[in-house]
Design a protein around this ligand. Structure first.
Ligand SMILES: Cc1cc2nc3c(=O)[nH]c(=O)nc-3n(C[C@H](O)[C@H](O)[C@H](O)COP(=O)(O)O)c2cc1C
Length: 183
């Protein structure tokens, strides 16, 4: 089984990264092969709305998103991680998400096999309900593509990675979510 993670935080050693890695630890514990892509380190344009993919299913842009389509297609499961920036996903994650347009058809149906997905979201605010509608909308958008979020791992106001890792309940939840992807 192959699990591929896409992280939208520009901080490659931040709290989102740490939680995504914990999900992958759980998947590896069950024998999965894993890979991580930090979207912020890649050159990924937004969608140009050229509509060529409507017929072909293939995005014409020649940037760092190109190999990621095969990574998605060839994976069994996906992990998506983003901090909340201004009440939504980061701009990096939004560009990645918009580019998934080629993976949906004219009736907004997925063109790929459904992937069990874990969503990791971090935020500065300590109220876990504050971005509920935004989180639900991200999950719906990815679901349209066939990235079916089974579980959301949600960290609120982690001051640093040390404090995050002291939250045994959350770390255990992330590990188990990774195991559950494979079971
Ligand atoms: C540009 C920017 C915008 C942010 N907007 C929000 C926000 O709207 N709500 C919130 O609770 N936290 C916000 N934050 C805080 C991040 O979501 C939080 O620090 C997160 O844990 C960072 O994840 P990281 O450790 O992976 O970088 C923002 C941070 C930045 C840099």
């Amino acid at each position: 089984m192959k699990v591929v993670a896409f992280i939208g935080s520009p901080r490659t050693e931040g709290t989102t990264d740490a939680l995504v890695r914990q999900v992958l630890n759980g998947a590896e514990d069950k024998g999965a092969d894993t890979a991580i892509f930090h979207i912020g380190l890649l050159n990924i344009n937004g969608c140009h709305a050229c509509m060529k993919c409507r017929k072909t299913g293939i995005c014409v842009q020649d940037d760092d998103m190109k190999p990621l389509f095969d990574e998605i297609r060839n994976s069994d499961c996906i992990v998506l991680g983003t901090p909340i920036y201004f009440y939504y996903m980061t701009a990096q994650m939004k560009a990645f998400t918009d580019r998934l347009f080629s993976l949906i058809g004219d009736n907004y149906e997925s063109r790929i096999a459904e992937k069990k997905t874990v969503f990791v979201v971090t935020q500065g605010a300590d109220d876990p309900g504050l971005f509920k509608s935004q989180i639900d909308s991200m999950i719906s958008a990815w679901g349209m593509v066939g990235l079916n979020v089974m579980e959301t791992i949600h960290a609120c106001a982690p001051s640093d990675i040390e404090q995050l890792e002291e939250d045994e309940e959350l770390m255990e939840k992330a590990f188990t979510a990774g195991q559950n992807l494979i079971d």
